[in-house]
Design a protein around this ligand. Structure first.
Ligand SMILES: Nc1ncnc2c1ncn2[C@@H]1O[C@H](COP(=O)(O)OP(=O)(O)O)[C@@H](O)[C@H]1O
Ligand code: SF4
Ligand SMILES: [Mg+2]
Length: 323
C-alpha cells in the first residue's frame, strides 16, 4: 500500500502547571494515498488535537510528547516552525468547523486567495484568473463580483466554500477537514460534503475528515478510526465498521445515529467521556459500558485484529453481540 501519512504511537498532551491532559495517547494509524479517512468520536475525545499535532499547530500548553508523523516518508515532528509553515501552506491544507477563525474580516476575498497563492510566483493577472477559477471550482456564483467582497457578505455555507477555495489555492495533496460541516444546517452540510468529495476526485487529493457524526463518515469515508478518551478504540473500512461494529462505544455511536436506516428511536450513549486529566485505570469506556466486567478495569485493552483488517480495543471483542 502507498501511504501518504503514517502516524505511530503519537502522544500529545496539554502539560499545564496544575494538570496534564492526555488528549492524544498513543495513537497509530495511516492514510492511504487517494483515500478519504475518517476520525470519529464524541466531543472531547481528542480528534482536533490529533489533527493539530499532525501539522504541529499545538495551542499552548500542548506538546508532542512522543511518537512520529511521517508525510510521504518525511518525519514532521522534528521540523522547525519555518519548515512546518511551508508544509501547512503547501502540501497539507486544513479546513475547520468555523471558517471565521481562518478568514480575515478586513481583507477582500481575492487578497486572501492571493496570500495562499504567493509561493507560486504568478503575475497579478494570473493570480486574479486563478482566484476566479478557484471560486468557480467551489461553486460560488458570480466569482468576479465575489472576489471583491469581504467575508461578512457571505452566508455560512458560502464562507466554508471560500475557506476551501483559499486552502485549495496552495494545491494541497492532503486535505485535513476538522468538523467542516458541524456549524452548518443540514442541507448545506450535504452540499459541502458532496463538494469535498468531488474536489478530492478532481484534484486527486487524500482527505482526512474529523467528525462527531458517523453519518458523515458513512457518506464520505473509505476507512475510519473511532476515538475515545484520547485512544483509538476501533479501526476498519467504513462498510465493515457499519456491518460489524465490534467495540461497545462504536455500537453506541451507531445506535445514537439519527439517520440510521430503519431505526425508530435514538438511543444516546448515557454519560460523557472521561476527564483526560485524571488517571484512568483500564478501559476508558468502562463507566458507560453495559458490558463492563471487573477485568475491564485492570489494564488498558490493546487494539487487536478481531476480523480481517478490523481492529478493536475491547477485552470482550470475542463475544459477538448485535448492535
Ligand atoms: N488548549 C488546551 N489546553 C488544555 N486542554 C485542552 C486544550 N484544547 C483541548 N483540550 C482538552 O483536550 C481534550 C481533547 O480535546 P479535543 O482535541 O478538542 O477533542 P475533540 O476535537 O474530539 O472534541 C479535551 O479534554 C479538551 O478539554
Ligand atoms: S473492555 Fe470492557 S468496559 Fe471496555 S468496552 Fe470492552 S466490555 Fe466495555
Ligand atoms: Mg474538535
Amino acid at each position: 500500500m502507498d501511504n501518504i501519512l503514517e502516524v505511530e504511537h503519537l502522544k500529545m498532551y496539554y502539560c499545564g502547571k496544575a494538570e496534564t491532559v492526555r488528549a492524544v495517547d498513543d495513537v497509530t494509524f495511516h492514510v492511504v494515498r487517494g483515500e478519504t479517512f475518517g476520525i470519529v468520536g464524541e466531543s472531547g475525545c481528542g480528534k482536533s488535537t490529533v489533527c493539530k499535532s499532525l501539522v504541529k499547530m499545538m495551542p499552548p500548553p500542548g506538546r508532542i510528547v512522543d511518537g512520529s508523523v511521517r508525510y510521504n516518508g518525511r518525519e514532521l515532528t522534528t521540523l522547525s516552525e519555518g519548515q512546518m509553515r511551508a508544509v501547512r501552506g503547501g502540501e497539507i491544507g486544513m479546513i475547520f468547523q468555523d471558517p471565521m477563525t481562518a478568514l480575515n474580516p478586513v481583507m477582500r476575498i481575492k487578497d486572501q486567495i492571493y496570500e495562499s497563492l504567493r509561493r507560486q510566483k504568478l503575475s497579478k493577472k494570473e493570480m486574479y484568473a486563478r482566484g476566479v477559477e478557484l471560486l468557480r471550482l467551489v461553486d460560488i456564483p458570480e466569482p468576479e463580483k465575489r472576489m471583491e467582497e469581504y467575508v461578512h457578505q457571505f452566508s455560512g455555507g458560502m464562507r466554508q466554500r471560500v475557506m476551501i477555495a483559499i486552502t485549495l489555492a496552495a494545491n494541497p495533496k492532503l486535505l485535513i477537514a476538522d468538523e467542516p460541516t458541524t456549524a452548518l444546517d443540514v442541507t448545506i452540510q450535504d452540499q459541502i460534503i458532496r463538494l469535498i468529495g468531488r474536489l478530492k476526485e478532481e484534484l486527486g487529493m487524500s482527505v482526512i475528515i474529523i467528525t462527531h457524526d458517523l453519518g458523515v463518515v458513512n457518506e464520505m469515508c473509505d476507512r475510519v478510526v473511532v476515538m475515545y478518551a484520547g485512544h483509538i478504540v476501533e479501526q476498519a473500512e467504513t462498510r465493515e465498521l457499519f456491518d460489524h461494529p465490534m467495540h461497545p462505544y462504536t455500537r453506541g455511536l451507531i445506535r445514537s445515529l439519527p439517520r440510521a436506516e430503519g431505526r425508530e428511536k435514538l438511543e444516546p450513549i448515557p454519560g460523557a467521556p472521561p476527564n483526560l486529566a485524571a488517571e484512568i485505570p483500564g478501559c476508558p469506556f468502562a463507566d458507560r459500558c453495559a458490558r463492563c466486567t471487573p477485568a475491564c478495569r485492570e489494564a488498558l485493552p490493546p487494539l487487536r485484529e478481531v476480523r480481517p483488517g478490523h481492529l478493536s480495543a475491547c477485552v470482550r471483542d470475542d463475544l459477538e453481540v448485535s448492535v
